[in-house]
Design a binder for this molecule. Structure first.
Ligand code: ACK
Length: 654
């Protein structure tokens, strides 16, 4: 009776009270059955080995136990059955109480394989594999190293965002020990096994060229430091609160500050022959190495399939294979492969990874890592209301980290939207869709603008729609819309409003209201991304900082728009949430058309309910001469209706 569960990360405590009827005996014992259930089908299977039951799983005398070592972000079902000394004789099946739980986050598992890639006199380059169970998004790896047998005296640590690093500043001809561990928002995993590497022997004398090089490096280091300080000082368009010191662009090592190498993305179309870019950046895969198993979707250029890739000396990998439809033109082939040339230049856990291309077979293919949960918009629609706000924010953090990486490389995405984010089995979100034709060709959300380009209006910043001014700041605007899509579980931004009305209302200062249950801090961040002046928008590095902070202190996610709705003063901010208006007067004031109150009263529209039923003709009959104001009123009515529908829809989640 009264089976209660309490989840703590990847552990759960189960408590229950004895059965009402003990069968007249006092030897009641309990057994606990554990089943793991899939997100998709809801089907369950036995939990298998690796899970710990404390004190034990069967023959429990007391009404409680703790289950540990569960997988993160996974659904489990626990059945507690009561038995006694005569249960085996009974013809009836044992009676049980059941409870379903979903685990939260957990630290990543141990990094298993570290390899030395390069060894110099003063440096060692290491490469390692992501842990088998990242249990979330890996924020960084920590590399611990020390001279062999001198760990007690001193050791250094270095941080790396990706799964490789070069440790420099080492002594020549010295044996060092290295260990790596991963960190997610849930904490650090265990350090890997130690790997020993001996640095190469020193070349004793410096010739003049070396001395000149050393001087040049020092001077350029000083210049970079100066430039860095100037840039840092200049960038003050965005609130100080977001100047997060966690933003670790520098590596601290042995007390020294090391600057990361600056790297820029190369646009494949700047190559005279874009095929050359393909060969330069991508790996050619023999078609026979890929086993295509099924079609999973339809891309802009052809089918997307699920397959298995087996490269010599490597483990078989599940992959997604994008194909180019038959009968393509040479230009279509070039554009198709340009996506691979772009993707090949990226290496980040939140950006989709290219495995290679097949160009030498009849069928041209792009092979990428496989993402079990497909695109984010449909994934969220399928799991409407099933995640905690913290899980949604962790997904957004991943996307923002991917975008920070891309913007640092100078890459502007132009079509950042939930449909272009892919989700893997661990709910890690990765930015995808880097094709050149993608925004323009088959995207039903793209519309022609007056400047002639085809643009996904609902996701695009005003300056990009009006002057085609695409930048990382316009990507930030789109990221704000992605945030809204995520918190609204894949709802269409601006609902059924026409593109024209979206452009006009955004121009007039309207912004999407917080989806139901959306924390105020998250909606505030969306509004910051939607600042009209692009220099007032946060940069991706700042967005990552804000989201990291919210993830670290989840209490700040507790204050939601429902509470805010009654305390917020309307119209000081660009966002207007009409569901907070109580009367026609309130509403007209909020859109700064209070002067028409009398027109509405005279025409008999005394409540907002009546106003919401008005059509264009009704508005024209109000006696308002300015057509612009008529339009503004109509648009506002449409937004109010949509907000009401969204609020009603979102209530289901609660
Ligand atoms: O929502 P989906 O299942 O996820 O449908 C689309 C479809 O192909 C057309 O783009 C799916 N898709 C694209 N790339 C991948 C990938 N790398 N892994 C898994 N599914 C993918 C996408």
């Amino acid at each position: 009776m009264n089976l209660l569960s309490s989840v703590n990360g990847t552990s759960v405590t189960l408590e229950w009270t004895p059965p009402l009827d003990k069968g007249g005996r006092s030897d009641v014992m309990y057994n606990v059955l554990c089943r793991r259930c899939s997100w998709d089908s809801g089907q369950c299977e036995a939990c298998g080995a690796g899970i710990r039951f404390v004190p034990q799983q069967t023959n429990l005398a007391q009404g409680s136990l703790v289950v540990t070592n569960l997988l993160a972000h996974t659904n489990y079902s626990f059945w507690v059955e009561a038995t006694n000394g005569v249960s085996d004789l009974s013809l009836e099946p044992p009676r049980f109480a059941a409870v379903n739980i979903t685990t939260n986050q957990a630290a990543p598992s141990q990094v298993l394989a570290i390899h030395q890639e390069n060894v110099g006199q003063n440096s060692v380059t290491l490469i390692w594999q992501e842990p088998d169970q990242p249990n979330g998004i890996i924020l960084e790896y920590e590399i611990k190293f020390y001279e062999k047998d001198k760990e007690m005296q001193s050791y250094s640590t270095l941080k790396s965002k990706g799964n490789s690093t070069t440790v420099s500043g080492l002594k020549p001809a010295t044996r060092y020990v290295f260990q790596v561990r991963a960190r997610t928002s849930a904490g650090c995993g265990k350090f890997s096994q130690a790997v020993e590497v001996e640095t190469a022997k020193a070349i004793p004398r410096y010739d003049t060229t070396t001395v000149v090089w050393i001087c040049l490096t020092l001077i350029s280091g000083l210049v970079s430091l100066l430039l860095f300080l100037i840039c840092k000082k200049r960038h003050c368009g965005y609130s100080k609160a977001f100047q997060d010191s966690d933003e670790e662009k520098m590596h601290y090592q042995n007390g020294q500050v090391k600057f990361p190498e600056s790297k820029f993305y190369v646009e494949p179309h700047t190559y005279e022959d874009p095929c050359q870019a393909v060969h330069e950046f991508t790996r050619e895969i023999e078609a026979s190495r890929i086993k295509i198993e099924r079609v999973i979707g339809c891309g802009e250029s052809g089918e997307v399939c699920y397959g298995r890739l087996k490269l010599p000396g490597k483990r078989e990998l599940p992959v997604a294979v994008k194909t180019l439809k038959a009968g393509h033109t040479e230009k279509q082939r070039r554009d198709f492969l340009s996506e691979a040339s772009i993707m090949a230049q990226f290496d980040h856990p939140n950006v989709i990874r290219l495995e290679g291309v097949v160009t030498k077979s009849k069928l041209v293919m792009i092979v990428t890592e496989y993402m079990e949960n497909g695109s984010l918009d449909s994934f969220l629609r399928k799991h409407d209301g099933q995640f905690t706000v913290l899980q949604l924010v962790v997904m957004l953090r991943g996307i923002s980290a991917g975008m920070r990486y891309l913007s640092d490389l100078g890459y502007v995405h132009r079509d950042l939207a939930a449909r272009n984010i892919l989700v893997n089995g661990n709910l890690v979100c990765k930015v995808s869709d880097f094709g050149l034709s993608r925004v323009l060709e088959n995207n039903p959300d793209a519309a022609y603008t007056t400047s002639g380009g085809k643009i996904p209006i609902r996701w695009t910043a005003p300056e990009a729609i009006t002057y085609r001014k695409f930048s990382s700041a316009s990507d930030v605007w789109s990221f704000g819309v992605v945030m809204w899509e995520v918190l609204a579980y894949g709802e269409r931004p601006y609902w059924n409003m026409t593109n024209r009305d979206v452009i006009q209302s955004v121009e007039e200062g309207y912004r999407l209201p917080a989806p139901m249950g959306c924390p105020t801090a998250i909606h505030q961040l969306m509004l910051d991304c939607w600042q009209k002046d692009r220099s007032d928008r946060p940069r991706f590095s700042q967005i990552v900082g804000v989201l990291d902070k919210l993830i670290r202190i989840p209490q700040n996610l507790k204050c939601t728009s429902t509470i805010n709705r009654f305390t917020q003063t309307i119209s000081e901010r660009a966002c207007i949430d009409f569901t907070s208006c109580n009367s026609v007067e309130d509403w007209l004031d909020s859109i700064r058309l209070g002067r028409y109150q009398e027109n509405f009263a005279l025409a008999g529209y005394t409540s907002l309910g009546m106003v919401m039923r008005m059509n264009m003709e009704d508005v024209q009959n109000l006696g308002i001469s300015l057509v612009g104001h008529q339009r503004k009123i109509l648009t506002s009515i449409q937004i109010m209706r949509s907000q009401l529908l969204s609020t009603m829809g979102s209530r289901r989640h609660l």
